[in-house]
Design a protein around this ligand. Structure first.
Ligand code: GRF
Length: 212
């Protein structure tokens, strides 16, 4: 099986990008890291790993121009999979339509709980027993696409927003490369934006669930 080309979109630190770079696999190759922030630390991580980078600075362009530039870049890159890893811009409809079923995101909560921001605070305020991260397909509705995998952890009584964020990050670094690998080795296929398990891996349960 040939390795799949992936593009990773970031806005900041890029610790998930680092986990995706460090994951040992022949199933995917990162052909480009794209950022909407020229100063994103993740761009340095990519450069150290000899991965091409592109920055489309969101504050230099109008929303319409930014969306058009991003769409053109993604069309030119022609990747098999577009991986959002802390990309803070909401993709516009043209991008989502152009790559229907080919875009995935990681979100720091056990979706469908806590879409949007402040997920750690919300989980603490709700006195939840568990928290975690979700990898899902990207659709027009924010954080609502079909779920591919989740990593769940226990919230301890001493947890604060800071400690919980750190724990969820660690969980993400396990979950995200694994799910990307499953997609790229075709153990999971995303048809019409619905995750489907292909026949040869009937042992896989979708969503993939990891308990830490
Ligand atoms: C992660 O918590 C991810 O769930 C969210 O943005 C954060 C990105 O962190 N979408 P990093 O830049 O990968 O360190």
């Amino acid at each position: 099986m040939t390795s799949k080309n992936i593009v990773v979109l970031i806005s900041g630190n890029g610790s998930n990008l680092q986990a995706i770079i460090d994951h040992k696999t022949y199933n995917y190759k990162i052909i480009c890291v794209v950022s909407d922030q020229e100063e994103a630390y993740g761009l340095s991580r990519a450069k150290w790993a000899n991965i091409p980078t592109q920055a489309i600075s969101s504050n230099k362009f109008s929303k319409k121009e930014f969306d058009a530039l991003l769409l053109k870049l993604l069309i030119d890159l022609n990747a098999d999979l577009i991986v959002l890893a802390g990309f803070m811009k909401i993709l516009n409809e043209d991008v989502v339509n152009a790559f229907n079923g080919k875009i995935i995101n990681i979100h720091p909560s056990l979706l469908p709980k806590y879409k949007g921001l402040d997920t750690h605070r919300k989980a603490l305020e709700a006195k939840d027993k568990y928290h975690g991260a979700t990898v899902h397909c990207v659709t027009k509705e924010l954080d609502a696409g079909p779920i591919l995998g989740q990593c769940q952890l226990l919230i301890s009584k001493d947890d604060t927003e800071t400690t919980l964020k750190e724990k969820v990050h660690q969980a993400e670094h396990i979950l995200y490369p694994l799910i990307i690998d499953y997609i790229c080795n075709e153990s999971i296929s995303i048809a019409n934006n619905q995750p489907q398990v292909i026949q040869k891996r009937k042992d896989l349960q979708i969503p993939i669930r990891i308990n830490l």
